[in-house]
Design a protein around this ligand. Sequence first.
Ligand SMILES: C[S@@+](CC[C@H](N)C(=O)[O-])C[C@H]1O[C@@H](n2cnc3c(N)ncnc32)[C@H](O)[C@@H]1O
Length: 276
Amino acid sequence: MSEPFINVIFNEDCIIGMSKLPDNCVDLIIADPPYNLSKGGEWKWDNSAKLDGMGGNWNKVMQNWDDMPFEEYMQFTELWLMQAQRILKPTGSMWIFGTYHNIGIINVICQKIGIEIINEVIWYKRNAFPNLAGRRLTASHETMLWCNKGGKKREYYFDYEYSKESAFPEDGLKTAGKQMRTVWDIPNNKQSDESKYGKHPTQKPLRILDRMIRLSSKKDDLVMTPFSGSGSECVAAKLAERNYLGFELDKEYYDMSVVRLSNTELSRQMSLMDIL
Ligand SMILES: C[S@@+](CC[C@H](N)C(=O)[O-])C[C@H]1O[C@@H](n2cnc3c(N)ncnc32)[C@H](O)[C@@H]1O
């Protein structure tokens, strides 16, 4: 992998960006794609079907990038997953975020193109926003699929020791010495410096990304994120002493992520100094 692709975010469509990369070149992919839930009150995959839809108490992000017709979303999902599969090393793996709005589509397309799902993990958000209308249950989780590129051999890296021995003060479901389960109890709030450089409507907390990175990559590995948004996955990779590579279509988020990344080393040094 040539140097220009390391520790950089490109303001570019990820399908085009990934197509320029060689086969089998990244160690870990963390993908937080559009969930396609920006439908306002008019949620219908297909107007002809007259479905009532999948509303709920989701914080609809109301962005154009999160609102595609059904067929287009299927095609988009297949295209980016095919590129991700191609560039992922056989020893690598991929985490994909979603909710019921899109995770079924991602699951089916993974199976269709031969990406193997290792685990489905539930991110339990115990501080989730209540359901104000009182017409359905309070949505309190997101889903992550942990996958490898597929094929006969299962060569993906997994730090079993980290998974077993680690404990997390905020996670009531995990204690040191017990195997990690597929339900992670991680509050959705962020530390103050995570939103210091601007806000993104679907920003992920660093602590969930850090857990994925430590479970499934090694120091100096290359972590790629196709939808980098405010840069959280890249920041988490940098803090964990991995290399990063990101793609982000929106110029405003791209600019925010570049500033955030350039300040990341500084904040790490400052927090280390605080500890010492
Ligand atoms: C769910 S958000 C990711 C947020 C990110 N995890 C964070 O913590 O900031 C998805 C992002 O993908 C971007 N996006 C949408 N389509 C894209 C594409 N084809 N290529 C690259 N980025 C895209 C959107 O602009 C949005 O910022």
